[in-house]
Write a protein that binds this ligand. Structure first.
Ligand SMILES: Nc1nc2c(ncn2[C@@H]2O[C@H](COP(=O)(O)OP(=O)(O)O)[C@@H](O)[C@H]2O)c(=O)[nH]1
Ligand SMILES: [Mg+2]
Length: 322
């Protein structure tokens, strides 16, 4: 891939930004080197955004919500980037491509940038690529970064760990809905939003809210503080500004009290460990001697000739022997 000029990226050139994200997704060795250099170059200009994660089952209204929410931020004079993690998306593109039609207004604006989910086949983990995309968007001058994920697998937990504010979109029929939501997610959420509180659902909205609040009180330990539940209609764009306001207040309060920065710092620490783990794994599986012996030892374990521990120890010895 051609070189990307960090200065053009920093000037907010969208083409450079899109290409930079693609570069970071490449599994070509030369590209990976270039990506690393680029990330190093832009690192001093990162961090100056509000990172917001949003999750919810397919159909909860995430794309519709992000359209309304993103437009609301743009009205406040902010530049908004939307990134997606969708582990269920096909190799090329991602379901958000189809979603671009639901974010039609936002997609048209110069102040907005929408990026589909990286393909599963891309180098490294999708979560890692998304973290890098966040940094690139920040360097390009985006103030608000929205990371969308579906409630599948590990991705919600990954997103919660890379944002400043994490919210989950729910549907008004509380009873059934709670079943499909992972317990840990409700504990991580900074805000629960009951969407589609319009039309025939309007009457139900307040009881749904009360149901979620009491369910949350049962699920969440006192240590996590009181849970926040709000209602909205993404379709009619009702209560969207209030949610934006709430997040702004949260960030302002956190910055003043210091926990906004502390959260980012500990996320960076976690991220370093995550990268380290991947690097160690890579160096293990790329090691000539290990690759040579691994199938044989694995067979011996499967056939019960040696224990898993003995085999693992032998492989570690091979790794350390040079
Ligand atoms: N009535 C109503 N429908 C909504 C609302 N938000 C989204 N929808 C509809 O729900 C469906 C799924 O929305 P979408 O944004 O694609 O959900 P996603 O899969 O979570 O991204 C679409 O038909 C939307 O028009 C809302 O606030 N009220
Ligand atoms: Mg969607």
């Amino acid at each position: 891939m051609p070189d990307i000029d960090p200065a053009r990226l920093r000037a907010g050139d969208r083409r450079s930004l899109a290409r930079a994200i693609t570069l970071c997704e490449s599994s070509n060795y030369a590209d990976m080197e270039k990506a690393q250099l680029l990330l190093d170059a832009i690192m001093p200009y990162t961090g100056n955004s509000l990172r917001i994660g949003i999750s919810g089952v397919p159909g909860a209204g995430k794309s519709t919500f992000i359209e309304a929410f993103g437009l609301d931020w743009v009205e406040q004079g902010k530049k908004v980037a939307v990134l997606a993690i969708d582990p269920s998306s096909p190799l090329v593109g991602g379901s958000i491509l189809g979603d671009k039609t639901r974010m039609e207004e936002l997609a048209k604006l110069d102040a907005a940038f929408i990026r589909p989910s990286p393909s599963r086949g891309c180098q490294g983990g999708v979560a890692e690529r998304t973290r890098e995309a966040i940094l690139l968007c920040e360097a390009a001058g985006f103030d608000i970064i929205i990371v969308e994920t579906v409630g599948v697998g590990q991705s919600e937990f990954d997103v919660a760990r890379m944002v400043d504010f994490f919210m989950v979109l729910l549907l008004p029929n509380a009873g059934d809905e709670l079943q499909g939501i992972k317990r840990g997610i409700l504990e991580l959420a900074d805000l629960l939003i009951i969407n589609k509180c319009d039309g025939p659902n309007r009457a139900q909205a307040q009881s749904a809210k009360a149901n979620y609040q009491s369910a949350l009180r049962l699920l969440r330990s006192a240590a996590h503080g009181s849970a926040e539940v709000v209602t909205c209609s993404a379709l009619l764009r009702e209560e969207i500004g209030l949610i934006r306001q709430r997040i702004e207040d949260f960030a302002k309060m956190g910055q003043q009290a210091g926990w906004f920065q502390t959260r980012r710092q500990s996320q960076n620490g976690e991220w370093m460990r995550y990268i380290l783990q991947r690097m160690l794994e890579n160096s293990l599986y790329c090691h000539e001697g290990v690759r040579h012996r691994l199938p044989e030892l694995e067979n011996a374990v499967i056939e019960g000739l040696i224990t898993p521990l003995t085999a693992a120890r032998q492989l570690m010895t091979i790794l350390r022997s040079d």
